[in-house]
Design a protein. Structure first.
Length: 503
């Protein structure tokens, strides 16, 4: 099994390297990322698509460094793909042959449909479940779209309009939004109607920069772009404003200065496309072509999908950090048993069962990461590493439950920060209680099963072990309601059984 794989993406606007490491058959995590702002397509769109000598030399030097990085990690596989600028260049072979001869690196120039497919493949596998949507990936030389239906990629298309192309043809020539918009509209009018969708998945630097600005504008509590979602109508005027702005006026917006050079062009394309598609909501994806190329390799024998009920984020964390993986699964089972008798009190529709049980699966890992009892470090680490597949509400709930379980109660100060993304306070108290109790019942690290009964006044936990440490821990756990908790072992008689009654 090739544990480490390098992906190099040669785009019109930048070049990026990522290295992924597999921890098991389908689980993986990012171990290295490097990016260069080299624009291999710079100047090409005014020169019949020809790559300039300077652009090719800078791209060559970047690839020299990328190859060295890959070698340092002893990557067993290296995939290098190039998109719009290189595929449109009449002199592409001059560059490709030099790279092959001097660096022993094979560049695969992919067409627009393949680029669109890879971007959608990364998004559909690494975002929360999406039944129907259209992906939009705005690049430097082209814009790719893919239609997703029933969680499958059913069609792709590539449009010959991108940020660098628009910049060189219009904005650099002092032609403004009006002329650029008309140019984009003429191209977008060719888009088939089945690409229209209420939900758009945004891929690429432009859409991520706009999402980042929106998060800043509304003081969003989580600094995570992947799976960030917003209603398009709430920010359509803002996107149009960015597209019409001068570079100087961009300083008055929350747009990052590193994006000033192409954000107007990208926003123009995004604005026109959303008008055409009739977008209602946008979900941001940090997974795109690079992730799609990687997933195409590791999922090639499984219909390009992860197995059912497989969560790549959870499995990766268990692979890397669980010293007792069987106990992670057992903690999940204990939590499930507790929840099965208590959920009627606070979660009759079982809305939060999955997140609670996944938190239980990670509780021993959280404790291990809890360096010198500073649980804040573990909280932010998990929040970052629960990036794939989860929505923001799911990932913050799992992370908050693990953090609060260390305190055996809801931390109101922290709860207030993330309140808009979390369940109501009473529900949180119940969830934290169950997770805290689960952790207590795991204190002796046995794999003994438990049985629970609850009548509204007493929670009885029947165990094959005495669970002395659990009984001690019960004193510190804050209950959501006044009821008794009794832990007892079945081998004891009524006269000599040792139990703890918590009122």
């Amino acid at each position: 099994m090739a544990k480490r794989t390098t992906i190099i993406d040669i785009g019109s606007n930048s070049m990026t390297l990522v290295i992924y490491e597999k921890s098991s058959r389908f689980a993986f995590h990012l171990i290295e990322k490097a990016r260069s702002s080299v624009r291999i397509g710079e100047g090409a769109y005014e020169n019949d698509g020809l790559l300039t000598k300077e652009a090719m030399q800078n791209a060559f030097l970047t690839l020299c460094d990328f190859v060295e990085i890959s070698k340092s990690y002893k990557s067993r596989k290296l995939f290098c793909v190039a998109t719009s600028a290189l595929r449109d260049a009449p002199n592409q072979k001059l560059f490709i042959n030099r790279i092959k001869e001097e660096l022993k690196l094979n560049i695969r120039v992919i067409d627009g449909n393949k680029e669109s497919f890879f971007g959608a493949l990364g998004a559909v596998n690494l975002l929360p479940f999406i039944d129907e949507a259209t992906t939009i990936d705005i690049g430097g030389g082209s814009t790719e779209l893919a239609k997703i239906k029933n969680s499958k990629i059913i069609d792709t298309i590539s449009l010959d309009v991108g940020t660098v192309r628009l910049k060189e043809l219009f904005f650099d020539k002092k032609k403004g939004f009006k002329e650029a918009r008309a140019f984009v509209e003429e191209i977008v009018d060719r888009l088939p109607a089945h690409f229209y969708s209420k939900k758009v998945i945004g891929i690429g630097g432009t859409i991520r920069a706009l999402s980042k600005a929106i998060m800043r504008e509304e003081n969003y509590p989580i600094d995570t772009l992947h799976a960030f979602e917003y209603r398009y109508s709430d920010y359509e005027k803002f996107i149009k404003k960015v597209a019409k702005s001068s570079v100087l006026a961009l300083k008055e917006t929350p747009i990052s200065s590193s994006r000033y050079d192409t954000i107007r062009e990208g926003s123009t394309i995004f604005y026109v496309l959303n008008k055409k598609i009739k977008t209602k909501s946008v979900i941001t994806s940090k997974a795109g072509v690079r992730e799609g190329v990687y997933l195409y390799d590791i999922l090639r024998n499984s219909n390009l999908k992860f197995p059912s009920n497989f969560n790549v984020s959870i499995k990766s964390l268990i692979d890397r950090f669980a010293l007792l993986p069987k106990h992670c699964a057992h903690s999940y089972r204990i939590c499930k048993e507790l929840y099965s008798v208590l959920h009627v009190e606070f979660d009759k529709e079982r809305k939060f069962q999955n997140e609670l049980q996944l938190a239980a699966k990670l509780v021993l890992i959280f404790n291990r990461l809890n360096i010198y009892s500073n649980s804040d470090h573990s909280f932010f680490f998990l929040l970052e590493n629960l990036n794939f597949v989860f929505s923001h509400r799911e990932k913050i709930l799992i992370s908050a439950l693990l953090l609060f379980s260390q305190k055996a109660k809801v931390d109101n100060k922290i709860y207030k920060i993330y309140k808009d993304l979390l369940p109501d306070h009473d529900t949180m108290r119940w969830l934290v209680f169950i997770l805290s109790l689960t952790e207590a019942l795991m204190r002796n690290r046995s794999l003994s099963s438990i049985k629970c009964e609850y009548d509204g006044k007493v929670l009885r936990i029947l165990s094959k072990s005495e669970l002395f440490l659990a009984k001690e821990s019960l004193k510190k756990i804050k209950k959501p309601e006044p009821f008794a908790v009794i832990i007892t072992a079945p081998t004891n008689t009524l006269n000599n059984q040792k139990c703890l009654l918590v009122r």
